[in-house]
Design a binder for this molecule. Sequence first.
Ligand SMILES: Cc1cc2nc3c(=O)[nH]c(=O)nc-3n(C[C@H](O)[C@H](O)[C@H](O)COP(=O)(O)OP(=O)(O)OC[C@H]3O[C@@H](n4cnc5c(N)ncnc54)[C@H](O)[C@@H]3O)c2cc1C
Ligand code: SF4
Length: 554
Amino acid sequence: MSATDRTPSAEADVCVVGAGPAGALVARELAREGHEVVVLEAGPRFEDADREARMERTIRPAYAPDSVWKMGGPRDAYRSTGDRHYPLNAARVKGVGGSTLHWQGMVMRLHESDFRRASESGYGVDWPLSYEDLRPYYARAERALGVAGASDNPFAPPREEPHPLPAFEPSYSDALFAEACERVGVTTHSVPNARNSEPYDGRSPCVGYGTCKPVCPSGAKYDASHTVRQAEALGVEVIDRAPVQRLETGSDPGRVEAAVYATPDGTEHRQTAREFVLAAGGVEIPRLLLLSASPDHPDGLANRSGAVGRYFHDHLFAGMGGTLDRRTRQNHVGFLTSESHAFYDEPGRSTTGTAGGVPASDAALSAFKLEFLNYAGPSPVEMALSADDWGDSLLASLRGAYGTHVGMGGLVEQPPRAANRIALDRSTTDDHGNPVPDVQWSLDGRTRRTLERVNEVQAVVLEELGVDVDWRVGPENTGPAFHHMGTTRMGTDPDESVVRPDLRTHDVGNLRVASSAVFPTGGATNPTLTIAALALKCADHVAAALEPSASATG
Ligand SMILES: Cc1cc2nc3c(=O)[nH]c(=O)nc-3n(C[C@H](O)[C@H](O)[C@H](O)COP(=O)(O)OP(=O)(O)OC[C@H]3O[C@@H](n4cnc5c(N)ncnc54)[C@H](O)[C@@H]3O)c2cc1C
Ligand code: SF4
């Protein structure tokens, strides 16, 4: 097939919708097993050769961040009607590689407690899987993404094998933080990163451009276009600029017959296959199921429970920072090298160090982690490009103003609630005439309290470090971390959930979901390693369903 041939594949065993990390991994694994796979991707291919030019854009104030990967416009129209505005077009990329083109690349496993959230903590729900069930897939996912890490996190779940790549050294300001944290009894440790600390899997090591989010020009940061290339080398057909409009069932309402997709020339095609995998991200997956309503499925496909689109949750950001009376060398490293899970499983715990500690809290809280930023304050380039002076005067002002900033971040778990949801807004349509997603999102009391608690801990650390605090992000001005979870939740009860533990939808025999959309709860870790682990598990189940002996693809 040529790059411009967007006609359906005649012999597909499997049709995958979406070419982000989930779709790419499912496609690659099934191709390795010898299956014919076609991937339909709504967005375009981006040339690797253009990445340096994209990087140039990221550092020039004239360009909006969204323009780097062409996010937004009628194609990506949406509404946000909840109590909180949700900036959806900053939160995802449509194109071959998906949102990992733009992502930061922090990749850690969920904690064991995350899988037993209701039983252990009394809020949210339990997963129908345990950490032990996912553990071998986590190890495979770390190899697939190329994770640089050290086994130095005393709060992380058990693992037998080291990460595939050695961890990055802690940054200079991490070392300042580590000392202050130790004095107040807060343990710090490394961040597992999906970026090469040494050559790996045909990609070069990190060379320190520092523009990882939204673009890594060297390819050292993992993005899913890498897995797509591996999949294509194994024979997978990837059709770009082919947004799926709806899924159609045929004479058997319990099976998908075809994915109907549009192409840039205005035609629609039907891709048939034996098995279908939705990997279009946590917002577009429920939207596509709702858009696939038919007389046999009046409330949308796979929506007998009414849960499609509901329980939408994200991680919330809490942060604090300011300036120190010494150099902090910010913006020399474009990613995070240290963090702390010290409060993850016991968010209300106290700590004791040689110089005091964090007081206990008996409020009902959810999980959170602490992050130490390496890009607090403006970079010299950003300052220079937006300055009004020139020459020696500019140099002097840069020397005076740059380099003393320091900051902490944090990610807070948001308990899933049915009222937070992705619905269809029928008053507005996208460039193909489909109702756009309506993001209905609000914060609950537990999340607000946890954001306050994160600020409380951050204030103790920053005070010990001697920081003159000049910014704070708490419950009143928080925002999402751009992790779309929960909208086709996994469970054993078909009245409460959309997919089974084997990631097949309860209602439709040949339809599976590979995405954080299936997370019953999200913990406080970044989701993509778990997405990758579940995608590998999904591929195993699809392969089993394709076995000649498998009767009705159960
Ligand atoms: C700024 C930012 C920073 C982030 N940092 C981190 C981080 O540090 N760590 C982490 O774990 N996660 C991070 N994430 C989240 C991470 O990018 C996502 O979790 C991950 O990419 C999701 O993978 P996915 O394959 O499920 O979906 P996506 O990567 O979103 O891919 C879905 C693909 O499906 C396509 N698609 C959508 N609708 C259709 C349709 N109808 N037809 C065909 N194709 C369709 C889309 O175009 C897209 O390419 C970050 C995200 C952002 C935006
Ligand atoms: S710092 Fe490393 S990972 Fe980030 S953009 Fe530069 S080369 Fe890529």
